[in-house]
Design a protein around this ligand. Structure first.
Ligand code: CA
Ligand code: CA
Length: 453
């Protein structure tokens, strides 16, 4: 199990160097899937105004930054990861003014804003691609902005054959798509609608740098880089020895917009355990919105599906391939559509919305809710022991996992996790000899018998 979601590459504005340069190392970063967070105009689609509406909630979590899922104009073949214009805001989500307002409201609450940046490809609806396909070089040498190759030959029906055997990551066949217009193939490591940019071209690199600078000037504190391992494609390598395009390990195994929600993958009893584990280990913590309340997968039928990766896999493989389940809207309260939208939500909500919602989880009576545990952990994470202390991880045969964090002149913290299915009585001195006779409990999971002191 990969525990440390170290996905973030951050570029910091020079104006911020006086500030804590390494803020991202010990801040909790909240991944906010804008489309499913809060709809404010009844079209069933979450928007920037919806994020602003919950600014105080975000502050109450104690997080250091929000990472916004892509909010750029996009034809949504891959919900924002196919960008048609990297310099603007998708009208579905609002306007640039809304974005500026969002940055202002977050800053006022001490929360930084991180943008999702997609360097590997653009939408085939992007102006660059259209000009490249048309070999339009009047303003800029667009013809070389993407990875175009001649066919390796022709089959018996005179159909062009792709340059090599590379497959797309999405499991939809060849990574090469024939353009009738240009009479060449273009590379798409992901969907056919996402064409890989040509980073051998210095103009492309410069253009992408300018995009980063533009958003920095709009107040963004950094970027989460998407699919970085695919940026360079070494065509000199020719055919892959195996049939797959290289598929690097993604360390973020905890929760995100591409994996089924962890209470659904494991069980509800794992929610506090996983939060305790990631929050008390070193490294940047990413929380995918909804995970703080232990949100489960939405129940999405094939005919309600939106994710092409799932739809193109067909009904029998839909549940395994579709990412719609983990992208269901946030349930804010026990109300129609969980208070997410007054219209028809773009995806159904998790059926548990009547009990598993933010209002219920935040209520004072519900003292040992996942949300209360989460908030206490975020505060614990800010202590010097957590940000600077050493880390020792031990396990026991019964299924205990113990994380010990130690920093001189600061309280020692032990995280004791039962990864088994049964109650365990353990003698902690076998793991750490020099323990005081009584220990204080900072935070415990809801199914632990003792309460906090
Ligand atoms: Ca909306
Ligand atoms: Ca690439």
């Amino acid at each position: 199990m990969a525990l440390l979601p170290l996905l973030i590459s951050c570029l910091l504005a020079s104006a911020q160097t006086a500030d804590n340069f390494y803020w991202y190392k010990d801040s909790v970063v909240y991944q906010l899937y804008v489309r499913s967070f809060q709809d404010t105009n009844g079209d069933g689609i979450g928007d920037l105004k919806g994020v602003i509406q919950h600014a105080d909630y975000l502050k109450s979590l104690g997080i250091g930054a929000v990472w916004l899922s892509p909010i750029y104009p996009s034809p949504n073949y891959d919900y924002g990861y196919d960008i048609a214009d990297m310099e603007n805001v998708n009208p579905e989500y609002g306007t640039l003014e809304d974005f500026n307002e969002l940055v202002k409201e977050m800053k006022a609450r001490g929360i930084r804003v991180i943008m999702d940046f997609v360097p590997n490809h653009t939408s085939i609806k992007h102006g660059w691609f259209l000009a490249s396909e048309a070999r339009n070089d009047t303003d800029e040498a667009y013809s070389e902005f993407y990875i175009w190759k001649d066919p390796s030959g022709y089959d018996g029906n005179n159909k062009p054959l792709p340059p090599n055997n590379w497959l797309s990551v999405m499991g939809t066949g060849s990574a090469w798509q024939w353009s009738e217009k240009r009479k060449q193939f273009y590379l798409h490591s992901f969907l056919v609608e996402q064409a890989d940019l040509n980073y051998d071209n210095p103009i492309v690199r410069k253009k992408m740098n300018n995009v980063l600078k533009l958003w920095m000037n709009r107040g963004v504190s950094g970027f989460r880089m998407d699919a970085v391992s695919w940026i360079y494609d070494d065509l000199a390598c020719g055919n892959e020895p195996t049939s797959d395009h290289p598929n690097p390990n993604n360390p973020n195994d905890y929760g995100n917009h591409d994996q089924h929600r962890f209470p659904s993958r494991f069980s509800d009893e794992w929610v506090d355990v996983l939060h305790m584990m990631v929050m008390t280990l070193p490294g940047t913590v990413l929380t995918y919105n909804g995970d703080e309340i232990g949100l489960e997968d939405a129940y999405v039928r094939y005919d309600e599906g939106k994710d092409l990766q799932g739809l193109r896999a067909g009904p029998s493989r839909f549940a395994a391939m579709s990412r719609d389940f983990e992208r269901g809207p946030m349930p804010w309260k026990a109300a129609k559509n969980g208070g997410f939208s007054t219209g028809r939500p773009w995806l159904p909500l998790a059926p548990s919305l009547w009990s598993r919602n933010v209002e219920n989880e935040a209520s004072e009576e519900n003292k040992r809710s996942h949300l209360h545990v989460y908030k206490k952990l975020v505060q614990l994470r800010k202590t010097k022991t957590m940000t600077e202390g050493s880390c020792l991880v031990q396990t026991s045969d019964e299924g205990l996992l113990i994380i010990t964090r130690v920093l001189r002149d600061n309280p020692t913290t032990l995280t004791v996790l039962n990864l088994g299915d049964f109650e365990i009585t353990a003698d902690l001195t076998t793991f750490r000899r020099s323990l005081p006779s009584s220990l204080g409990i900072v935070v415990s999971s809801y199914n632990f018998p003792a309460t906090e002191k």
